[in-house]
Design a protein around this ligand. Structure first.
Ligand SMILES: [Zn+2]
Length: 93
């Protein structure tokens, strides 16, 4: 296993370094570089669902969580395209 990357089910970012959950279904506590969601914490401990967290993140202006990983051309179009990777890739507004 070398350079496999995964899709964040919250924001659709497709370069998650680890899957949100392992083969046993346990959270990996990976933090999405894009939306900042921590799998196993923000959902299990904080009670966020992917869709409420997603909406909150969008309402905040979808800040890119890890500035070092932020693509140079990151913008609202990139974000909307990414959202199509999620299970409900439409904006509620
Ligand atoms: Zn994300």
């Amino acid at each position: 296993m070398s350079k496999k990357e995964f899709i964040c089910p919250v924001c659709g970012y497709d370069r998650l370094p680890e899957p949100p959950h392992d083969e046993q279904g346990c959270p990996t506590y990976v933090i999405c570089p894009c939306c900042g969601f921590e799998f196993g914490f923000d959902d299990d401990s904080e009670g966020h669902t992917y869709s409420t967290y997603r909406q909150h993140w969008i309402d905040q202006g979808f800040p890119f969580f890890n500035a070092k990983k932020r693509p140079a051309n990151w913008n609202i179009r990139t974000m909307k395209r990414q959202l199509e990777n999620t299970e409900n890739g439409n904006l509620h507004n």
